[in-house]
Design a protein around this ligand. Sequence first.
Ligand SMILES: *Cc1c(COP(=O)(O)O)cnc(C)c1O
Length: 427
Amino acid sequence: MISLEKQPSINGSTEKGSSLEERKKLAIPLPSDQDASGRTLGDDEIAMVTQAIRTGTLTATKGEFTKQLEIRFAKCMDSLHSHACSSGSAALHTAVAAINPEPGEEVITTSITDMGALSAILFQGAIPRFADVDPRTYNVTAETIERCISPRTRAIMVTHLFGNPCEMTEIVQLATSRGIPIIEDCAQAFMAEHHGKLVGSLGDIGCFSLQQGKHITTGEGGMVTSSDPDLARRMFLFINKAWGYGDPNPDHYFLAPNYRTNELTSAVALAQLDKLESSVRNRTEMADLMNQLLQDIPGVYCPTIRPGNKHTYWKYCLDVDASVIPGGTVALGKLLKDQGVFCGPRYIQKPAFQCQIFRDQRTFGNSRFPFTHAAPEAVDYTPEKFPGTFEALSRVLVLPWSERYQQHHVEYIADVIRSSAQKLLQA
Ligand SMILES: *Cc1c(COP(=O)(O)O)cnc(C)c1O
């Protein structure tokens, strides 16, 4: 447990009046997930990679590191099966491929997510059908998903955004009643829980990313999990050019890429997996501290977590009300950056469906496939259909978060937020 006893703050002079120049001098370097300062890569990873190299076997198809990783990852995520692959985007593509939609069928997804989740759907010839989000949690809900269900719905892909779980009880209930499988994008939500159950184990397939900026990392990498043996088998095949390794009469059974990982990456992943629990613990403890330090700032609110959910803070998001704070998230973000606190006002800036790929339907040559197979209502991106999405993006201020943050880092960030909000309030 971290102590909440008042300690002299790093940024001692937060009283109004101190100049920008003074503040810049006070800025302390914050650990970054883009380099060693904010990561836990070290001797354990080096030892494992050395071992992997000494075996002389670097392919995942013959080595032991990837096999071990898959066994341990499945256990860790409360799933029966797991397969490693080359990225989080590959994991999501593999998940969609395992469900095997017909061209033009729909996968319901969210308007605030990573493009890797959406290209996964398009590469399989299916149509991402965007559900609106809850403007406070930024996540899709059973209600917004239900509005998108059609006879063509083939899967639901939920993203537990920033580490905050979706309301899975209601979503699973809805999906089960309609016989629709659920893919959970857990790239930002390692070890997050909904009523005591881990995300990734609540739907039919869980997808994870090991990219540089995630809870644990191998630079690039991905994992899929499932407790359904048929889906798991199809995912294994899809990662491996659909070659039937170990079968009596193996063949290339269907169209599939090589999305394999390799033994070097899996060696690092095994060492990182040992650190996942402490990474999550530190991230949540520091976020709890942040929640306490940020009480009672008019117009600036802590993350909304629905009852029964455990948030594991890939990022820490502030909810900024522009009707209270003049200039809202953009103005507050600018003041934070001026004082060395990097942040992302509006996260992805615009909903995914306003990106060129969707606006101009740029896909394969000039074919526009698979949009040519889409039902008109599935590609209707009228802004009025997405009030929650636009409200969410207009308010969110994303703060980087790291397992290496300590009390003095969090106190500094909180001080900067409080004094910056004050400044805007008085303007
Ligand atoms: C990072 C991320 C991905 C993609 O993972 P990569 O490993 O970068 O391909 C997909 N979905 C979400 C929600 C992510 O945050």
